[in-house]
Design a protein around this ligand. Structure first.
Ligand code: C2E
Ligand code: CA
Ligand code: CA
Ligand code: CA
Length: 281
């Protein structure tokens, strides 16, 4: 029993050291990546379901690691959040998305909003100044910027959060709740926050056609959004059957591999050129 106890302990410390080492390595490399500008944004189109018109795109960060190749955000965003580096990385992503969107417009491509993901750690009262600077420096108009926040951020429910969201709204920026349905269960905050759009989490969309409970949740979120006069977008739509179901339930917009994978800036420019956009919004 003693021996196995020791083995367990060794196993545990090895595991812990392994994780710590990996963590520190990623953190150090992230610091270097910021200096060497190793990040890129990809863009995923958002489509109005009923008309098929292009109504926006979401900016998704990629780390182009010199040795490891393209690192997906799930591999480094958590480390960036824990270490606080997300503030600088997020600031870069915000400015880059605004700059790119403005550049597309100046090339005569349709003007659509670009949605940028905001980590909870970025969401302090100084975010309004950061957004203001990004818009001013790039010349992008506020209505062509959308910010995606998670339920965790709005559920803090502090007076400052409400004030900050109202200030962003007053500036003309759009606000959406990401991964809706996966966070806390209280919905009362939805009334108090100046939100434009709910994003039905991919986990519910995945199960359309397979799990009636998840279908019920997706439908309920669509109805909830509409009762509150919010738009609703389903993310992670991969099949025509999922899109048909969502259309039938009155979902406004979709985003997912069915329409397009996230695209490099160059490929997104081509998409903007060929796809019919709805710029009258
Ligand atoms: P998210 O905000 O929920 O983004 C949607 C994710 O779903 C993206 O993964 C996208 O590539 C993926 N996706 C889109 N359509 C489909 C589909 O039809 N099927 C499947 N299987 N997946 C689909 P990605 O790009 O790997 O990003 C993962 C997460 O990393 C994001 O989830 C977001 O939470 C975070 N993230 C990405 N970029 C940023 C950023 O600039 N800042 C912050 N703070 N977080 C970011
Ligand atoms: Ca998102
Ligand atoms: Ca999401
Ligand atoms: Ca997600």
């Amino acid at each position: 029993a003693k021996a196995s106890g020791r083995n367990n302990f060794q196993f545990y410390t090895q595991e812990l050291n392994g994780r710590t080492y990996d963590y520190l390595m990623v953190e150090n490399q992230l610091r270097r990546a910021i200096e060497r500008k190793e990040f890129q944004l990809y863009y995923q189109p958002q489509i109005e379901l009923a008309s098929g018109a292009l109504v926006g795109c979401e900016a998704l960060i990629r780390w182009m690691h010199p040795e490891r190749g393209m690192v997906p955000p799930d591999r480094f965003i958590p480390v960036a959040e824990d270490s606080g580096l997300i503030v600088r990385i997020g600031e870069w992503a915000l400015i880059e998305a605004c700059r790119q969107n403005k550049a597309w417009q100046e090339q005569g491509l349709p003007a659509i909003p670009v949605a940028v993901n905001l980590s909870p750690a970025q969401f302090s009262s100084s975010i309004t100044a950061t957004v203001e600077i990004a818009l001013m420096e790039t010349g992008l108009s506020a209505r062509h910027l959308e910010l995606e926040v998670t339920e965790g951020v709005v559920m803090r429910d502090a007076i400052e959060v409400i004030d900050t969201l109202r200030e962003l709204k007053r500036m003309g920026v759009r606000l959406s709740i990401d991964d809706f349905g996966t966070g806390y269960s209280s919905l009362s905050y939805l009334r108090r926050f100046p939100i434009d759009k709910l994003k039905v989490d991919r986990s519910f969309v995945d199960e359309i056609g397979a799990d009636v409970d998840d279908e019920a949740i997706a439908s309920a979120i669509i109805d909830l959004a509409h009762s509150l006069r919010l738009k609703v977008i389903a993310e992670g739509v991969e099949t025509a059957d999922q899109a048909r179901f969502l259309l039938q339930r009155g979902c406004d917009q979709i985003q997912g591999f069915l329409v397009s994978r996230p695209l490099s800036a160059g490929a997104m420019a081509e998409f903007l050129q060929t796809w019919r956009a709805d710029t009258g919004q």
